[in-house]
Design a protein around this ligand. Sequence first.
Ligand SMILES: [Zn+2]
Length: 397
Amino acid sequence: MTLSPLIERFIRYARIETTSSDTTGTSPSTACQHDLARLLAQELRDMGASDVLYDDVHCYVYAQIPGEGQPLGFIAHMDTSPAASGRNVSPRILPAYDGTDALLRPEDFPELRSHFGEDLIASDGTTLLGADDKAGVAEIMEMARYYLEHPEVPHRALSICFTPDEEVGQGTDHFDPDAFRAREAYTVDGGKLGVFEYECFNAAAAEVSVQGRSVHPGSAKGLMKNAATLAMEFDRLLPAAERPEYTEGREGFFMLTEIRGETDTAHLSYIVRDHDRDRFEARKETLRRVANYMNEEHGEGTISLTITDSYRNMAEYMRDHMDLVDKAFEAARAIGVTPSCEPVRGGTDGARLAEVYGIPCPNLCTGGYNFHGRYEYASIQEMEKSLQILLHIAQAC
Ligand SMILES: [Zn+2]
């Protein structure tokens, strides 16, 4: 099967290990991400992009494509999730997929039925594929190449940025808005063709410390306060059905992410999520009320609660910039794809860029699926159409 330049490019990038890490504490979190960053910077220079800037300390790549008007930004992340191995990725092409692959079985992933007849790309089953987000990286690179080779086709000035460490929540830590230049942008880090995203969770983290009273069990009556038991009580007082495993769509949740403790002290960590701002505030209030109730029941100072906001729903920043979403919808319709918007049940780098730098940043589709694991795959036809959507968006002045 002859591969298009986009797919060849994607496979080349997928083979380069760029797994990020949430334990090293460095920036970038892993040195291997530089291998892809260096290559992308060189390829952008070879294509003739302007002002290619490779931040070789923090591993960001910026480039400009000359065109009309204020620059429109496109962002993708170079790292892959530490949740699965990204070493020696060996992409497999499944031409005219018919459901018979041993790894990608429609019984396990019903979505695959909608891809019968398409050409898919999968890993060999020992690693993730890395379509998240090298599909986005490859699509942006092909868009850049197209407009550099066709300056006669009218298009916006384009600003490109490739970031490290998105998967470990540090993708924008050393982002340089001056090097980026664009004041409105898209992340190209979504999945299914035609699905765009501009709503994400409001997010907070809650840390609960439980102070018990440790007494010899033989003489503990009326004296012992078992911190580990009280920690379990705290968790039981939260709404049982409002956990990630029972919620979907725009439903928020409390999630216990860590528990440790003994008689003397115990500690609980939660994340709190809700798309709706008022319901988000109400969730934080619920945590405070549980803490207050337990302090009344078991004595002041039993529970100490710290709540820290993590990020905000990007929709709040998008209100005055819905033309970006309209443009994506128009671009999809122009190539015969029915567009839709779905709320992200997570955060995005775009949410941070909107909050910190005031850069509204909806998320575009890439054609990749089943991110962060061995069953990740991409549809070649959907990747090609995602590229067409980028080209149309860049064209619309
Ligand atoms: Zn991603």
